[in-house]
Unconditional design. Structure first.
Length: 258
């Protein structure tokens, strides 16, 4: 048994978690998928791209293939240096994207399939977060909600350049159009960062089915309750559907106990 596997038994007691996924009120299929591997400290959410054939298949492939790729490479690392782990996530997600693109080309009828992905990996008291697309990871600490991923979308670029305001987002014609995804022809270039954990940190992984329906203020209010992680996830799903539920919605919530 490797050292990483021995540590994983301790790791599993350092956090609690919950997860929920819902088809929403308008969609006929749920193209979202998620993975929880507490013994590894790995949590993942993927959203199959709406409007692209094979979205459901793409998210399932990611949830099946990416976790073991990360786990195997993590187990082979000679040190738990943060820079090395961030590089591992960046390279592994990029490779997964290339493989998914090749698989899409080889599957009749599924050319162009793709999906977003967000990953949280816990190693030695740090959280490593990575994303491609517009699914998000938030940290809730001391009643403050902070987005720890970067949206790869047309809207995010326009906001960054000051070409539109937050008030214009909901009605913009390019709302929901992403600029990077797992399975794209070009290099995916995931966004990766890490931070030291503090006791009671809550990390929320979610698809845009939540964030398009429920604003950050409401999300923070729900996370600020004393509810356990599973109950909180159910409340977030309910809030998204009460606001319209126009898309599939998936949430995974992890609370660090330290």
């Amino acid at each position: 048994m490797s050292g990483a596997q021995v540590n994983s038994k301790v790791l599993a007691f350092q956090f609690s978690w919950g997860a929920a996924s819902n088809i929403g009120k308008l969609r006929e299929e749920n193209e979202d998928a998620y993975v929880i591997e507490p013994d590894v400290g790995l949590f993942l959410v993927s959203d199959g791209m709406g409007g692209h054939r094979g979205g459901e298949l793409a998210s399932k492939i990611i949830t099946q293939d990416l976790p073991p790729m990360i786990e195997n490479r993590l187990d082979k690392l000679r040190s738990q240096n943060p820079r090395l782990i961030r590089s591992l996530l960046r390279k592994t997600i990029t490779e997964q994207s290339k493989q998914l693109h090749m698989e899409g080309d080889s599957e009749s009828g599924y050319k162009g399939m793709g999906a977003t992905v967000v990953v949280v990996l816990f190693v030695d008291g740090r959280a490593y977060v990575a994303n491609v697309g517009d699914s998000r990871i938030y940290r809730f600490r001391n009643r403050r909600l902070t987005q720890f991923t970067k949206d790869h979308s047309v809207i995010a670029k326009l906001l960054e350049k000051g070409q539109i305001t937050e008030a214009q987002v909901q009605s913009h014609q390019d709302r929901g159009v992403i600029t990077r995804y797992v399975g794209m022809e070009e290099k995916a270039r995931p966004y990766v960062r890490s931070f030291l954990l503090k006791k009671r940190d809550r990390l929320l992984l979610c698809t845009d089915g939540l964030t398009d329906m429920v604003d950050d203020t409401k999300v923070a209010a729900i996370l600020n309750t004393d509810s356990d992680c599973q109950t909180t996830c159910n409340k977030l799903i309910e809030a998204a559907n009460s606001a319209g539920g126009v898309d599939n919605v998936t949430v995974v919530l992890v609370e660090w106990r330290g």
